[in-house]
Design a protein around this ligand. Structure first.
Ligand SMILES: Cc1ncc(COP(=O)(O)O)c(C=O)c1O
Length: 386
């Protein structure tokens, strides 16, 4: 007997990292000891107060049941206070915030809520692969929009408006941009919002990296009346070292939030209370907490630059986020082959830029989520094998 899968699976593959990690695991079982500089999974802990609050909430006898789909009021208030404090954006915690189990979940809910089969979605190339796979899963058509070094990895709106945008329903944007580390400007955000308004496109801004190696966190919601056409996702995964906790949020107009709630409330059943309490505490971390984390990333970044120098790559030094994006030396084969060769020869894994789209082909991405000793070890191995 053979049970066939849905046709929607024909257009997508298992997530690249899910496949690659299996390969690395197999190599390790055979004794390779691969050094993984690929994945943006913060290794540093959340603040002590976050852990203490979560631990004591765990003892609350009433804390083990289902929770509200909208999160506890304290969490929505904490998100609103965080937006006011760091982005100077006022959000109504009652109607304009929806806590999520990570922003990845939000990408799916938004797509389910707003896309019909055949609707088109503008997706950055290079960009986070989930925008593409989720669009395909819900039957939408992906229209990649090109980002390149010459245009500072900003969208070219003039070029975009030369094409037929009548079927485009959503545009995904993400600054600081993953994988290139490009920071936004307020003008960029204004241009994006104007583009959305002119063309009746829902702008979905994914903003998980604004606190990492970035002195001035920006939100697209700083643009006046942005929420008419914008939904912004945010997350504690990278900003608070809480990737495994699965805490994120969405902000936007009450009507957009209500539409997304229709999907979310049919899919999940609220977030564990202790996690929500811990998140409330994390969101009140003082500015110094972020500074101290960034100091660690700054020192790791220097070591990552040394690795990239050794590999003959070129890169910008003022990137934000958890990664360094670097161009391979001229005449290199594809980044997929480059990375596989490095993995097989030196047992060091770095992410190939090609997995982020066509524009990423001549690039690689190093993660700053490894301790300095491990980065040093990787550097020495690469030196030995070069
Ligand atoms: C651009 C981008 N968006 C979203 C996510 C997912 O974050 P979360 O842990 O909040 O689901 C990631 C994680 O790597 C990311 O790089």
């Amino acid at each position: 007997m053979s049970i066939t899968t849905a046709t929607r699976l024909e257009n997508i593959q298992e997530y690249y990292f899910s496949r690659k990690l299996k390969e690395i695991e197999k190599m390790n079982q055979e004794g390779a000891d691969v050094l993984n500089l690929g994945i943006g999974n913060p290794d540093l802990p959340p603040s002590d107060q976050t852990l203490a609050t979560t631990e004591s909430a765990l003892r609350n006898q009433n804390g083990h049941g289902y929770q509200s789909y909208r999160g506890i009021p304290e969490l929505r208030q904490a998100f609103a206070d965080w937006y006011k404090r760091y982005y100077n954006v006022v959000i109504d915690p009652e109607t304009e915030i929806l806590p999520l189990m990570g922003s990845k979940e939000g990408i799916f809910h938004i797509s389910m809520a707003f896309l019909d089969p055949g609707d088109e979605v503008l997706v950055p190339d290079p960009g986070y692969p989930t925008y593409t796979s989720v669009t395909k899963l819900v039957g939408g058509s992906v229209i990649p929009y090109e980002l390149n070094e010459e245009n500072n990895w900003f969208p070219n709106f003039e070029q975009l408006e030369k094409s037929d945008l009548s079927k485009v329903k959503i545009m995904w944007v993400n600054y600081p941009h993953m994988p290139t580390g490009t920071r936004p400007s307020l003008q960029l955000f204004k241009d994006i919002v104007d583009f959305g308004k002119r063309n009746d496109i829902l702008i979905c801004h994914d903003n998980p990296y604004s606190f990492i190696l970035n002195d001035h966190p920006y939100s697209i919601m700083e643009v006046e009346n942005a929420k008419e056409v914008v939904l912004e996702l945010n997350s504690l995964s990278k900003s608070h070292n809480m990737a495994g906790w699965r805490v994120g949020m969405m902000t936007g107009s009450p009507s957009h939030i209500t539409s997304v709630m229709k999907v979310l409330s049919n899919i999940q059943s609220g977030m564990f209370l202790s996690v929500q309490k811990g998140a409330v505490q994390a969101l009140s971390n003082p500015p110094d907490w972020y500074k101290q984390i960034n100091k660690v990333y700054e020192s790791r970044r220097k070591k990552a630059w040394e690795i990239l120098d050794l590999l003959g790559c070129s890169y910008e030094k003022d990137q934000s986020g958890l990664f360094i994006w670097a161009r391979l030396p001229e005449n290199q084969k594809s980044s997929i082959d480059f990375v596989d060769e490095l993995l097989n020869k030196a047992h060091v894994f770095i992410t190939p830029g090609a997995i982020f789209g066509n524009q990423g082909k001549p690039y690689i991405r190093i993660s700053l989520c490894s301790k300095i000793d491990l980065l040093e070890k990787a550097k020495n191995r690469i030196k030995k094998h070069s």
